[in-house]
Design a protein around this ligand. Structure first.
Ligand code: SF4
Length: 123
């Protein structure tokens, strides 16, 4: 059984541009997108945190606070997912991803769901 957390974009979450994180959560439930690696495996999502805001400098703080929470609960994660909102839209994504890989100490996967529209006005 694997335990995971998701790092997402603070701007998108705080402005409710991706209500209730439902795309990530649905992809995880269906084992779609970058969660297809868990098709035959139990997985628990222990947290969704945001980057702390532009320019992403607070990612280390976010990861550290999550670790403190998990320690208090005697839990940990195996893998950190960088959400599709960061992967697709964040101008600071390269730095955020590099920081997450350097500092987290766990496997980092870039991407969560694939539900973003390829062409906005084309059905
Ligand atoms: S740094 Fe990137 S991920 Fe964080 S709020 Fe700004 S745009 Fe979103």
């Amino acid at each position: 059984m694997k335990k995971i957390a998701i790092l997402s974009c603070q701007m998108i979450r705080s402005q409710n541009l991706c209500p209730a994180d439902t795309k990530c959560l649905t992809a995880l439930m269906r084992r779609e997108g970058w969660f297809d690696r868990y098709k035959d495996e139990e997985v628990h999502l222990l947290g969704i945190m945001d980057c702390g805001g532009c320019t992403g400098d607070r990612v280390v703080c976010a990861l550290t606070l999550l670790k403190m929470q998990l320690d208090a609960l005697k839990e940990n994660i195996d893998t950190l997912f960088i959400a599709t909102c960061i992967m697709n839209f964040c101008p600071y994504r390269d730095e955020i991803i590099a920081t997450a890989k350097e500092k987290s100490g766990v496997e980092v996967i870039v991407g969560t769901h694939k539900y973003a529209l390829p062409q906005i006005f084309k059905s």
